[in-house]
Design a protein around this ligand. Structure first.
Ligand SMILES: Nc1ncnc2c1ncn2[C@@H]1O[C@H](COP(=O)(O)OP(=O)(O)OP(=O)(O)O)[C@@H](O)[C@H]1O
Length: 271
């Protein structure tokens, strides 16, 4: 278990200039479907932004577009001041997919050493790599399991190995696709505390997706998504007060109803 206690999100220092991510008229087509439709939003730097919405609404597709691995993206998508997918962004972004990308037949340390050698190759860098790997393992609280085979870890522990890999490059932007899915409440709390430590200590920007609305309260700002569209963006407090709702989940439902009513009214006017 990670040795960090959770507190209400402090405001970390802002780093860089301009938003970490800026989208305008962002559209993504997958197969025969338009999965994201004309999105416009920003992700502030140095903060934790939650990308929340029900399963299938397009969160993973949006994250893939941001990290530059999604085809058929049109519109404007700027990441850390450059066009998404720009080669210069590769070392500045850490991306953890839903399926932990670790080698089950290597130990935790060997997994990290493998990726560290890609990022920082050569004998001369061996001491630096050792320090980075040891630090990343400690960051995700897996020091006591460093010599365990990744294939023998729980799914939550494997997710944390993936996160440690993403931390190796000291990324400015960390994109985490549903990192807490399937974790017990204690691990979930500890992982969120780790996200806050990363944002506060490194000034990193975190974009974290979840389909669980109660994770909203752990974020500095939110993007609420549904059916390929952004319903709203802002702080949890702002979203609650804008909708008069007591919780972000209630605010989400309010926005869903309001959007549906607007669409119906639009259709009636067109007829
Ligand atoms: N390769 C594909 N071809 C066509 N449609 C796809 C493809 N992959 C995903 N989709 C569709 O795109 C939509 C968005 O999927 P996406 O994985 O981005 O959603 P999500 O919000 O991340 O879902 P979850 O929370 O379940 O991971 C879904 O309706 C899905 O069926």
């Amino acid at each position: 278990m990670m040795n960090i206690s959770f507190q209400r999100p402090p405001d970390p220092p802002q780093s860089g200039t301009g938003p970490a991510v800026r989208a305008e008229h962002l559209t993504v087509v997958r197969g025969p479907r338009t999965v994201l439709r004309g999105l416009g939003f920003t992700v502030p730097r140095g903060r934790i932004t939650g990308l929340l919405g029900p399963s299938g609404c397009g969160k993973s597709t949006l994250m893939r577009a941001i990290v530059g691995t999604q085809a058929k993206v049109t519109g404007t998508l700027e990441v850390l001041g450059r066009p998404a997918g720009d080669a210069l962004l590769r070392s500045r972004i850490g991306y953890v997919t839903q399926a932990p990308s670790v080698y089950g037949d290597l130990t935790v340390r060997q997994n990290l050493e493998y990726f560290a050698a890609i990022l920082d190759p050569g004998r001369a860098a061996a001491a630096r790599r050792y320090e980075k790997v040891t630090g990343a393992i400690a960051d995700v609280d897996l020091t006591t399991r460093a010599d365990a085979l990744a294939g023998n870890l729980s799914s939550g522990q494997r997710s944390r190995v993936s996160l440690a890999v993403a931390l190796l490059g000291t990324p400015e932007l960390l994109v985490l696709d549903e990192p807490t899915v399937g974790l017990d409440p204690v691990l979930r709390r500890d992982l969120w505390a780790l996200f806050h430590t990363i944002a506060a200590d490194r000034g990193a920007t975190l974009l974290v997706s979840s389909h669980v609305m109660d994770e909203a309260e752990r974020c500095h700002s939110l993007l609420l998504m549904r059916e390929g569209e952004i319903l709203a963006e802002g702080t949890p407090d702002a979203l609650r007060s804008r909708t008069g709702a007591a919780t972000v989940e209630a605010a989400f439902l309010h926005l869903v109803d309001a959007t549906a009513a607007k669409k119906t009214a639009g259709k009636e006017t067109v007829r």
